[in-house]
Design a protein around this ligand. Sequence first.
Ligand code: PEP
Length: 250
Amino acid sequence: MARVPIIAANWKMHKTIPEAVSFTLEILQALNFSGAEVVLCPPFTALWPVTRAASGTPLQVAAQDVYWADQGAFTGEVSPLMLRDAGCTYVLVGHSERRHLFGETDENVNRKVKAVLRHGLKAILCVGETLAERDAGGTNRVVERQLNLALKGLGMGEAAGLIVAYEPVWAIGTGRNAAPEDAQAVNFFIRELIRNRYNSEVADQVRIQYGGSVTPENAGLLLAQPDIDGALVGGASLKVDSFKLIVQAA
Ligand code: PEP
């Protein structure tokens, strides 16, 4: 089954509103959006200005995180209703920086995925092992646990629209990407987990990205793998030139 590749720019805690808007306008000029879906993940402050700038174009916008309640006394949090209101269509859930720097648990990732889907948004679910887990031969076990707990209670229809991002923690922001065949093996493993949990139709539909030090130089080989359906890009997404080359590689 042909899956449209999805390339997402995770800007993390970078870019002021003017910087985010000018990037958006420049990337709209630079790309023709044929053959790949492109998603920008600005910080919360720039979501609305970026969705305004991208309005009426194929460019999609994602939030980097979400809280699971609709509203209430949750100081500092942002709800899925608010993200929809700001024009987002996607939400990153369970990014390794949320898991490892801010104590996000698998249970909370599950609550967030459900909240995102309940409000008609799409989740980009991030999973991936640390270096210690990899060195101990635990990559598949960790990814399986993260995926199973994140998908707990999700029906077939909900799972089919999911994006999974396999992001080995040791590859994020380190300049050390996974070898294309190693990333392919984990992405294949993730697809088989989904096949066993749901069915082949769902497994063949779910798009599975790779993330971790993706650059214009390595994107081609990574994206050529049969089970790598796109990339989640951090550092190399901050400059229009390098992000554009990665999208063009897809
Ligand atoms: C990320 O933050 O999701 C990421 C993959 O970062 P980088 O591309 O900088 O490794």
